[in-house]
Design a protein around this ligand. Sequence first.
Ligand code: ADP
Ligand code: GN1
Ligand code: MG
Length: 366
Amino acid sequence: MYEQRIFENFDIKEKFISVIPYGNGHINDTFLVQTKGKIKVKQYILQRINHRVFKNVEGLMNNIEIVTAYVNINFPGNEYQKIIKTKDNKNYYFCSDTYTYWRVYTFVEDGVSFDDIVEPNLFYETGLAFGEFQKYIQDLNAEKIVETIANFHNTKIRFKNFETSVNLDLVDRVRLAKPEIDFLLSKKDYAPVIVDLLEEKKIPYRITHNDTKLNNVIFHKTTKKALSVIDLDTIMPGSILYDFGDAIRYGANKGKEDDRDLTKVGIDLNLFELFTKGFLENTAKMMNKTEIEHLAFSALLMTYELSMRFLEDYLNGDKYFKASDDEHNLRRARAQIALMKDIEKNLDKMNLIVKNIYNDCMKKDS
Ligand code: ADP
Ligand code: GN1
Ligand code: MG
């Protein structure tokens, strides 16, 4: 079997048993491999890296190696995944026959990920996990970290790209998404807010995760405690606000990211509060006042960004995100727009929640 042949290029002593597709990521192709360990079955994650999205696979894998090695040395006992090298000691394998790039990680033992919040506390744990990630790497030397996707969360540039795809109308879909396009164009003033704060040095660049979706956290299958964060492809300099905002966008949505029923979509303030608590317990002390003041807004901005990205992909003919049908990206954009509108209505309440939790955290820590 093809994946087995790929897997056999990695430095693994155990005997291969099986390989099956795994997980629900939108970007890479993920497989679960089982091998015959000494006592029990041992599992690994095998991934085909999407090199249309990630052009510099070598730089990306070096980033992940630097970060995971740093966390494993400085915070022993954590459950972060480890890179398994190839037999010739490289951190990825390039298959020249099929022009594909592959990697293998240790499977986080007893770990599962969730696409939906199955119990509210899961989202408190998610906040702790992404907050802990920030805490772990705050002193990491960023010099060797490369930008794996240029301007990934630069919403000014995201807006321009969106406008361009509307003007080009490559696959004649603009006529099918008029109200959505008009709405997103009308919100132009949101686009520069965080980028400008970074450029004016009012908030710092930090090494951030940049893809803080619920299913990028691994939980213990029975205790449901967060064990670690995964999907480290987009680790690069960014704002902590991106990590906070994107996690809320996905996890605190009462509906699904691509919900057909827009009446189900909206911000769940209880989940917002739980995540904020977990996140700030680990990060309140690191953050400056301007960052704290923009936490709630960051959820709105990241939802705006994803609305534009999904709609742009729809207008470009579904070239970026894995999509189940021709309207999937349009549906996703519609659901994100519905979420934006509900966040706009609840922004004052969200700001108040942040303020109270922040004050509590600072009292506890002083
Ligand atoms: P994508 O970039 O496509 O989202 P991910 O790296 O997030 O790919 O992997 C997809 C899914 O595979 C995750 O949501 C998770 O369920 C599972 N997964 C990935 N890496 C691991 C790991 N090291 N241990 C356990 N599960 C993993
Ligand atoms: C992608 O890879 P995955 O599924 O964790 C995307 C994120 C989006 C997300 C939306 C590299 O995340 O930016 O927020 O889909 N990752 C990349 O579901 O573009
Ligand atoms: Mg993922």
